[in-house]
Design a protein around this ligand. Structure first.
Ligand code: HAM
Length: 418
């Protein structure tokens, strides 16, 4: 038997109801905030991701599904959505009509990481971006929207961690301080961090290896070296979040795994997911649009890990499964063909109906109706056929009535609440 690929998964009926609930809640909320959906390709030129996310990041170095297509061009299954959204913003000159674009994407991403709880090789993201706004109000709105979405989905213990990564004016100074600090401790760092401390020293700050954590205790804080405009921006974010009663923690070690960020960055972390504690992450990336060949437009955004959100949501799929409104139990060929027409007509009218397509006994059809939790049953056996009236039963109240065959669809349409 051919099994699915390691780190990939099926989302089956019974589980998918929760995914639908999350997706519908996010769509409604985002659209109320003025976001529009955009659909972007699953595959892009490799260069788009390596340039945006950064050559030295773990994603580009070791996690991308990259391969030459049949003509030898290097293509990559998207590991995230931000780079593609920015490409699309530039390619379709969206900025010309209106530089401010609020866009969202829901879909699968691919990263060849080591699979474990909360970490998959095909995972899903709910991604939202605000392009063309420099004001920290955009970042605040994104964090506010995330917190509200998590509360609508009954996520407990979700806490925003925020930080500022400075800008090209103030970050180099911090990088130099950090590099000096790390070089004194190189013998205590893991081999990845020794490499990072030269090429991408900020990434050492969020290494999960306990020895590295110990070695960097007391490392300089980026928040002590922010330039005035970055500090002012970050202060506004903090003040406004407080005014909006959003609890957060400032985490100067929050450096994110992608290179395009500047200024405010954030993650929503939860204690309920073990090592994979980030349910969402994002921040400002003011240089990316220009770096990819577009105009000088600022931008900010986030992505939620859909799989992780499904794990921490207080909703359980079994509470969301909708049982049929009506089960039609028919006996014999003639009854079954009448029932089949009813079933089709009623489904079109928005009544969720079910029937048996095999030659099962009435008893086993009733058992099936019970198992499905059908709210009503309509019975058309030999007797009912002879009488010219079907038996309609409310499974909760056990009330029953007879309905003349020619009136079944109309009557049931009125009797079943939707
Ligand atoms: P990211 O932090 O790489 O950011 O991913 C965002 C979220 O996706 C993570 O917090 C996590 O919940 C989920 N995630 C990442 N990798 C996996 C995985 N292997 N399995 C399951 N879930 C995963 C980004 O992708 C940025 N594009 C976010 C962004 C948008 N920044 C600005 N705009």
């Amino acid at each position: 038997m051919i099994q699915l690929i390691r780190g990939f998964k099926d989302i089956l009926p019974g589980e998918v109801e929760l995914w639908q609930k999350i997706e519908n809640t996010a769509r409604t909320l985002f659209e109320n905030f003025g976001f529009k959906e955009i659909r972007i390709p699953i595959m892009e030129k490799t260069e788009l991701f390596s340039r945006s996310i950064g050559e030295e990041t773990d994603i580009v170095q070791k996690e991308m599904y990259t391969f030459p297509d049949r003509k030898g061009d290097l293509v990559t299954l998207r590991p995230e959505a931000t780079a593609s959204i920015v490409r699309s913003y530039i390619q379709h000159k969206m900025y010309a009509a209106n530089p401010v674009q609020k866009l969202y994407v829901i879909g699968p991403m691919f990263r060849r990481e080591r699979p474990q709880k909360g970490r998959y090789r095909q995972f899903y993201q709910i991604d939202a971006e605000i392009l063309g706004v420099a004001s920290p109000l955009a970042d605040i709105q994104l964090i506010f929207m995330l917190v509200k979405l998590f509360s609508l989905l009954q996520v407990e213990n979700a806490l925003p961690h925020i930080n500022s990564l400075g800008c090209p004016d103030c970050r180099p100074g911090f990088k130099a301080d950090l590099t000096a600090f790390l070089s004194d401790r190189a013998d205590k760092l893991c081999s990845d961090c020794v490499r990072r401390s030269i090429k991408n020293p900020l990434r050492v700050l969020d290494c999960k290896v306990p020895a590295c954590q110990e070695a960097i205790a007391g490392s300089p804080s980026i928040l002590d070296t922010l330039c005035d405009p970055c500090r002012k921006d970050f202060d506004t974010v903090k003040t406004m979040l407080e005014q909006m009663n959003i609890t957060y923690v400032v985490n100067p070690r929050l450096v994110r795994g992608l290179d395009y960020y500047n200024r405010t960055t954030f993650e929503i972390q939860t204690g309920d997911l073990g090592a994979q504690n980030a349910v969402a992450g994002g921040g400002r990336y003011d240089g990316l649009v220009q770096m990819l060949g577009g105009p000088d437009q600022p931008a900010t955004g986030f992505a939620i890990g859909f799989d992780r959100l499904a794990e921490v949501s207080g909703f359980r799929p079994e509470d969301l499964i909708r049982s049929p409104d009506l089960y039609i139990a028919a006996l014999g060929e003639k009854s079954r063909s009448i029932a089949f027409n009813w079933h089709c007509e009623m489904s079109l009218k928005g009544i969720r109906s079910e029937m048996d397509f095999q030659n099962r006994s009435l008893k086993s059809q009733m058992k099936r109706a019970d198992k499905l939790g059908a709210n009503h049953v309509l019975i058309l056996g030999d007797e009912e056929l002879k009488e010219g009236a079907a038996l309609f039963r409310n499974m909760k109240t056990k009330e029953q009535s007879k309905i003349v065959l020619s009136e079944v669809v109309d009557r049931i349409n009125k009797l079943i609440p939707r």
